[in-house]
Design a protein around this ligand. Structure first.
Ligand SMILES: Cc1cc2nc3c(=O)[nH]c(=O)nc-3n(C[C@H](O)[C@H](O)[C@H](O)COP(=O)(O)OP(=O)(O)OC[C@H]3O[C@@H](n4cnc5c(N)ncnc54)[C@H](O)[C@@H]3O)c2cc1C
Length: 548
């Protein structure tokens, strides 16, 4: 087979596409993944990262069982990027107690398998002791535990593992067409946004993992695909404002949550059927007010917290119509278009490995191959063993907190990063103080994890995602990136403004209260200190698009 011939070409580098690439590569298929932007740059990057027991979908016992089993698998293969989150449901009246009683049995059925305690009622005193911000008039609480994964790292690690097993991963390559002969896909045509060229490769099978754009890929391949697109928005608070996760009924009776997440807090989510282009969506004023109004029923002081940002994404749901959104199955479908293209609808982050296994089984059977799935057993990079942060902190003279955060991103890879500081002690400098990230990790990420821009670095490191939203780290990070990638002056400036524009998309809808002062400071830094007047540079252009 030549360099441009593949058994399988995957469109989309989100949780689904990267999981498929990994499974195909591990089974020995010659695999190419094409992503029009960066890995995890779309829906998966806007999700809460909860790999849940499927509690909300207790009407679908099969989905609950599958979710539970997938949590076990993920805890085996990606333990280093998973956190356990204790959750409390504050109950304000007897109706709540009656309705929440139904959940206890469904949740507890698979609790032992996931290594969490059964769900339990707790007294109001115990509830408020766990989280003093909860409303004083509660009559009881419910306690349970769920797991959370870093969605960006999961996708990246799946892509890196696929690459390690022979797959080609090409980011900034947008699929724009197919050559179809006698109703069979022969070639995939894509625009390489880095080189500015149109290229094509041959494919025996194409897997369409383009999330909320999957119907568009099907259409250009001469097939039809129906999706129910559903918008969800989150509000992000500047730090961990609660000790534990809070779930509660919103003003319309839907479930919403307030989750400590990394070093911030996520308040989410909304659910609105949408026909808008997912690329242009942002959280609306109404969505933010709906979430604040709903959560303040149980956390009355929530508006005192600073909102640093919002984020919005689109769920590519199975096309169940004439039912409310929360009655649409959270399962997935594998749709064989019988022309060489196979698409997904539905699914969730938690089941991406399962979705990949199902589609790779189908691909193998179509290619007449017999290869067994091993993705539930093989560890992802960094999950090979435990890491002793305390002794590393003493040995390398790097703060425990910085190492703890690094370990949560990288597991055993932390050792390779710290090795770099032996030749370059100056790389122990902290670049992003909110997260925190030291220079050695940034250089390692640039060398090993194929970022092209500051936004790509953000996804790999959580750069600029903390309380200051990049106000103090962007320049430092940009100069390191420019040095490593040999970027020219204009490219450097465009990248900074592009990063800023991407942050601004989520900051603008959230501008209120103390965030207004914070943004004033950020604008002042960019315009006065950095001399970056945005009108000077066309920040819609990526470096490689200039003149392209
Ligand atoms: C607000 C919100 C909260 C959520 N919370 C959770 C949660 O807590 N837990 C959970 O399990 N699930 C959650 N989900 C659902 C979950 O995020 C999605 O089901 C899942 O991430 C979808 O991943 P994906 O890879 O299919 O799609 P995406 O992440 O959208 O990936 C598709 C990729 O295809 C690429 N693409 C599109 N067109 C082309 C093209 N022409 N050429 C090349 N590439 C292309 C896109 O750039 C994109 O990167 C949530 C969803 C939302 C919106």
């Amino acid at each position: 087979m030549s360099e441009s011939e593949f058994d399988v070409v995957i469109v989309g580098g989100g949780s689904t596409g990267t999981a498929v690439a990994r499974d195909c590569a591990l089974r020995g298929l010659k695999t190419l993944l094409l992503e029009r932007d960066d890995i995890a740059s779309a829906t998966v990057g806007t999700c809460a990262g909860m790999i849940s027991s499927g509690l909300k979908y207790r009407g679908e016992p099969d989905i609950m069982k599958m979710s539970s089993t997938e949590v076990v698998h993920l805890n085996r293969i990606a333990r280093h990027i998973i956190m356990k989150n204790p959750i409390v449901v504050p109950l304000l009246d007897l109706n709540d107690v009656a309705s929440d009683g139904e959940y206890i049995e469904a949740y507890s059925e698979h609790a032992e398998e996931r290594d969490v305690p059964e769900m339990m009622f707790i007294t109001p005193e115990a509830t408020r002791e766990i989280e003093p911000m909860i409303h004083p008039n509660i009559i009881a609480g419910v306690y349970y535990e769920e797991f959370f994964i870093d969605p960006f790292r999961l996708c990246l690690l799946q892509a890196l593992d696929a690459r390690k097993h022979g797959a080609k991963i090409k980011t900034y390559c947008e699929v724009i067409g197919f050559n179809i002969v006698r109703n069979e896909v022969q070639e995939v045509i894509f625009y390489n946004r880095i080189t500015g060229t149109t290229e094509k490769v041959s494919a025996k099978i194409v897997v369409n993992a383009a999330g909320p754009w999957a119907h568009k890929i099907a259409r250009i391949c001469g097939a039809e695909l129906d999706l129910r697109l559903n918008k969800g928005a989150h509000v992000i608070l500047d730090r961990r404002v609660v000790n534990v996760g809070i779930t509660s009924r919103a003003i319309d009776g839907r479930w919403i949550y307030l989750f400590p997440h990394e070093n911030t807090t996520l308040l989410g989510t909304t659910a609105l059927d949408t026909w808008e282009d997912p690329d242009t969506l942002v959280a609306s004023f109404d969505e933010i007010e709906y979430l604040l109004k709903s959560i303040e029923i149980v956390i009355p002081s929530i508006r005192e917290a600073r909102i640093i940002r919002t984020m919005a994404g689109v769920r590519p749901l199975v096309p169940d119509w004439k039912v409310p959104e929360d009655k649409v199955t959270r399962g997935y479908q594998v749709v064989d278009h019988n022309n060489g293209l196979i698409s997904f609808t539905g699914g969730k982050l938690v089941m991406c490995r399962h979705m990949a296994e199902a589609v790779t089984d189908l691909v193998c059977s179509k290619l007449g191959m017999h290869a067994i799935c091993t993705t539930h057993k093989n560890p992802l990079p960094g999950n090979e063993s435990d890491v002793d942060i305390e002794s590393l902190s003493v040995e390398f003279g790097v703060a425990m907190h910085a190492l703890e955060r690094m370990r949560a991103r990288r597991g055993t890879e932390i050792l390779k990063i710290l090795e770099l500081t032996k030749d370059h002690p100056e790389w122990k400098t902290t670049i992003c103080t909110c997260e925190p990230i030291i220079e050695a990790e940034m250089r390692y990420a640039i060398r090993e994890e194929f970022p092209q821009t500051l936004n790509d670095l953000r996804r790999r490191l959580r750069l600029g995602t903390g309380p200051c939203q990049g106000t103090f780290c962007t320049y430092k990070a940009a100069s390191i990136l420019a040095e490593e990638l040999d970027l020219e002056g204009d490219d450097f400036l465009v990248d900074i403004l592009d990063f800023r524009a991407e942050r601004w998309k989520g900051i603008r809808p959230s501008m209120r209260g103390e965030q207004l002062a914070q943004e004033e400071l950020a604008q002042g830094m960019y315009s006065c200190v950095g001399n970056l007047d945005q009108s000077d540079v066309d920040y819609d252009l990526k470096p490689w698009e200039e003149g392209g």
